[in-house]
Design a protein around this ligand. Sequence first.
Ligand SMILES: Nc1ncnc2c1ncn2[C@@H]1O[C@H](COP(=O)(O)OP(=O)(O)OP(=O)(O)O)[C@@H](O)[C@H]1O
Ligand SMILES: [Mg+2]
Length: 240
Amino acid sequence: MNFSEINDLAIGNCLSESLNGEVYEAVLDGRDVIYRIPPTGSIEGDIYKKYYNRKGMMSLIGFYQGGLVLEKGGKNLGECVNHPEMLITYQQFDEVAGFLDVLHSDGYLHRDIQPGNLVTKHHKFCLIDFGLTRTIESRGDKVDPSHTVLRYASINQLKGINESICDDNYSFALCLAYAFSKKTPWGTLGGAPLISTINMDIFPRDYGLNFRNFLAQLSSDLSYSSAKIPFDVYSILSEM
Ligand SMILES: Nc1ncnc2c1ncn2[C@@H]1O[C@H](COP(=O)(O)OP(=O)(O)OP(=O)(O)O)[C@@H](O)[C@H]1O
Ligand SMILES: [Mg+2]
């Protein structure tokens, strides 16, 4: 798919401005869209181009002055969980679980999976914000976790050691645990115990094989526990 440069975009409110990039509401030819300026050095534009129109991720519309013009979805997972009348079902996550498997088998790690980066699109959740996405080969041995949302970061990310597909899956599992329990990781429960409180029966067999294997391993593997997190990070998380 070739994306031509968009000539005219009306940029509105800023939704987010951080080291992870800038996000604005915008209008393109009368249609509500999102304008995102990725962080310097990121491969976000390439990811949106490569997976254009894939289920489980937001669609790219085009480019405008170095930024990305994206389809506008609905609420993010955090907003959905906090909405009193919104019922969240596991079926809403099947496309994003499948997309994560594709992303991983193609050799990428998202590295920032958290409720703010899962937004609704046609009633299903899809992934946004590829500002920290890296190829598995290109990552250094040392990981800088400072830009990720600590609550949903994996133990490896918190410890600043090398990451793998399991780290994305771990963060995704925490998001699911949050979606179905409404319990925020680290508020009262650590990551792995929180995941194991979720009834595994609610996830169907085809829920993304890698993810299911990982979840099964995680909930029986008590070594993957809060005790392994460096004390300074643990004390921050415990107070959240
Ligand atoms: N395409 C989109 N459709 C709907 N909402 C979006 C879209 N892109 C971003 N948003 C909203 O804007 C918020 C911030 O977007 P995004 O995560 O891309 O930016 P960010 O700079 O990385 O922010 P953060 O540091 O909070 O993750 C999202 O949590 C979501 O609520
Ligand atoms: Mg984000």
